[in-house]
Design a protein around this ligand. Structure first.
Ligand SMILES: Cc1cc2nc3c(=O)[nH]c(=O)nc-3n(C[C@H](O)[C@H](O)[C@H](O)COP(=O)(O)O)c2cc1C
Length: 215
């Protein structure tokens, strides 16, 4: 059985790409070689060919603006219909902690792939991944989980239910958790984001709204 992974991040297959890190971890769990292709950086026709030649297609993509990157969506719209015996699965990894952030796009992708005749493995949402590409060493546990998830997929041909629900937590934050998170914003701005903005000489421009229409 040939499995391929499509990385849906516009960053491509590079070390500072969360989708690539998770794709690689998933593939590392498998004993048969599983190639990771970049939707953004590779030739579309050869990617379509790779899909046509695969039994299983796994799409690992980030959540951008409550959906997935436009180029990735555009690519998926051109997906060839299934040959009849192909499976497809989607993994959406997002910055915000709540997996409900990706619920709509997950439902959409599942229905879309079903209409193309694929057997759908599922569409999984995983939140709290913003740091993955910045400090991957702090996400070793998640990477190990993805390797195990990949290994189980290879053995069973399915997405393991216990991992699906584990990745989905928390679906929604409680009111208390939301209050705590809001309270921590000034601290994380001070310690993290503002430092990054200053390093990149754009701290003064942090409230700019270049696309706002002027009256
Ligand atoms: C342009 C942009 C838009 C984003 N929008 C969202 C969003 O709406 N919800 C969310 O949870 N995370 C959002 N994120 C965070 C990414 O999903 C998160 O950082 C992810 O791990 C990036 O994956 P990548 O390195 O594979 O691109 C956004 C990130 C970027 C760069």
């Amino acid at each position: 059985m040939k499995t391929i992974i499509l990385n849906g991040s516009p960053k491509g297959n590079v070390e500072n790409c969360g989708s690539y890190i998770l794709a690689r971890a998933f593939a590392n769990g498998m004993s048969t070689p599983c190639e990771v292709f970049s939707i953004a950086k590779e030739n579309r026709e050869s990617l379509m060919e790779a899909i046509r030649n695969a039994d299983n297609v796994i799409v690992i993509t980030p959540n951008y603006i409550h959906s997935i990157p436009a180029g990735t969506l555009d690519f998926l719209y051109a997906l060839p219909p299934s040959k009849g015996n192909q499976t497809i699965g989607f993994i959406i990894q997002a910055g915000y902690p709540e997996s409900s952030e990706s619920a709509i796009i997950c439902r959409y992708l599942e229905r879309f792939a079903k209409r193309l005749g694929y057997t759908v493995l599922g569409a999984i949402a995983k939140g709290e991944c913003a740091g993955l590409a910045i400090v991957p060493e702090r996400f070793k546990k998640l990477q190990n989980d993805f390797s195990e998830f990949g290994a189980l997929f290879e053995q069973t041909g399915r997405f393991d239910e216990s991992f699906i629900s584990k990745f989905a937590k928390p679906v929604c934050l409680t009111k208390f958790q939301t209050r705590m998170l809001n309270a921590s914003v000034p601290i994380s701005n001070y310690l993290g984001w503002n430092k990054i903005l200053k390093t990149n000489n754009c701290y003064e421009k942090r409230f700019d709204m270049p696309y706002l229409e002027k009256n």
